[in-house]
Ligand binder design. Structure first.
Ligand SMILES: NC(=O)c1ccc[n+]([C@@H]2O[C@H](COP(=O)([O-])OP(=O)(O)OC[C@H]3O[C@@H](n4cnc5c(N)ncnc54)[C@H](OP(=O)(O)O)[C@@H]3O)[C@@H](O)[C@H]2O)c1
Length: 270
């Protein structure tokens, strides 16, 4: 079947599409025939990317400027999700980090990071799932990070926001179980992007090339995982059993936490 006769996959909203991982998502989804709504703050960049994608692929691409660390920005994108019945995919990708100990991180940076990495991702996930459940179709992709697994020096807030994305997105997978709606959690490791500069990434330069992935490989692996029906995709994790064991052990730990009696080591046996 030729592209023109193939069923169109609908519209994808990609947040953080003006650079890095989100920009590559936009390109790869355009190649798959999705119309696009590209979200970020820098409208000039979004417009350039949208124009280029429309030239290269037979799709519509729209720039939707929004600051997702603000309630207004979140509302703009939520409304699009609820009102545009063509939207079939949301990639919750926008996020940022800063490389500083907590005590040296300005208050407004902490607020914006939590607002973008957690509040916006949560609100947009909800808007997407309400719309997708109503339409009996749709896919939500949330971008977490390997940094959400264990404390890493210099990113106390960022790592914790990504730990939230990990738990939150898995919870959503329980909510959509048995429905046609899909939720994928993507966990990149270290990926070359402008995000490192935003984080004040000079200090990240010493990372060996062998552990830093390209944005293209990251997104292609994430889309391959989605095609294969993976719910959790870690592009750079070679031994997938490490992740599945972690998830299983976390579930065992949750169950083990429920007991009326204090543990014996606290010496409270009466
Ligand atoms: N790079 C890595 O090593 C790595 C590893 C694991 C996970 N991740 C995650 O991958 C995602 C993408 O990161 P990246 O590495 O591709 O970084 P990036 O190149 O800096 O891209 C971040 C994107 O988010 C947008 N953004 C930032 N603040 C925003 C705001 N307030 N409102 C709306 N959009 C905003 C930026 O556009 P504007 O500046 O134009 O708004 C940009 O398009 C993030 O969630 C990040 O945490 C990255």
């Amino acid at each position: 079947m030729t592209q023109s006769h193939a069923k169109k996959p609908g519209t994808a909203i990609v947040t953080g599409a003006s650079s890095g991982i989100g920009k590559v998502y936009a390109e790869r989804l355009a190649a798959r025939g999705y119309d696009l709504v590209l979200v970020a703050r820098r409208q000039d960049r979004l417009q350039r990317i949208a124009a280029e994608l429309q030239q290269r692929f037979p799709v519509n691409a729209e720039a939707l400027a929004a600051d997702l660390s603000t309630p207004d920005g979140i509302r703009t994108v939520s409304e699009r999700l609820s009102k545009d019945a063509a939207v079939s995919l949301l990639v919750n990708n926008a996020g940022f980090s800063t490389l500083k100990p907590l005590t040296q991180t300005p208050d407004d940076t902490i607020e914006r990071m939590i607002a973008l990495n957690i509040t916006a991702l949560t609100a947009l996930s909800k808007a997407a799932l309400v719309a997708f459940k109503d339409r009996d179709a749709g896919t939500l992709v949330n971008i977490g990070s390997g940094a959400g697994f264990s404390p890493y020096p210099g990113i106390p807030v960022y790592g914790s926001t990504k730990a939230y994305v990990f738990l939150f997105t898995q919870s959503l997978q329980h909510e959509v179980a048995g429905t046609p709606v899909k939720v994928q959690l993507v966990l990149p490791g270290a990926v070359i992007s402008e995000g490192w500069e935003v984080a004040g990434g000079g200090d990240l330069d010493p990372l060996p090339e062998s552990i830093v992935m390209t944005t293209e490989d990251c997104v292609d692996a994430a889309l391959s995982g989605l095609d294969q029906g993976e719910t959790v995709t870690a592009p750079s994790l070679h031994d997938a059993s490490v992740l599945s064991d972690h998830v299983a052990l976390s579930a065992t730990l949750l169950q083990a936490m429920f007991d009326a009696k204090p543990a014996e080591r606290y010496g409270l046996t009466r």
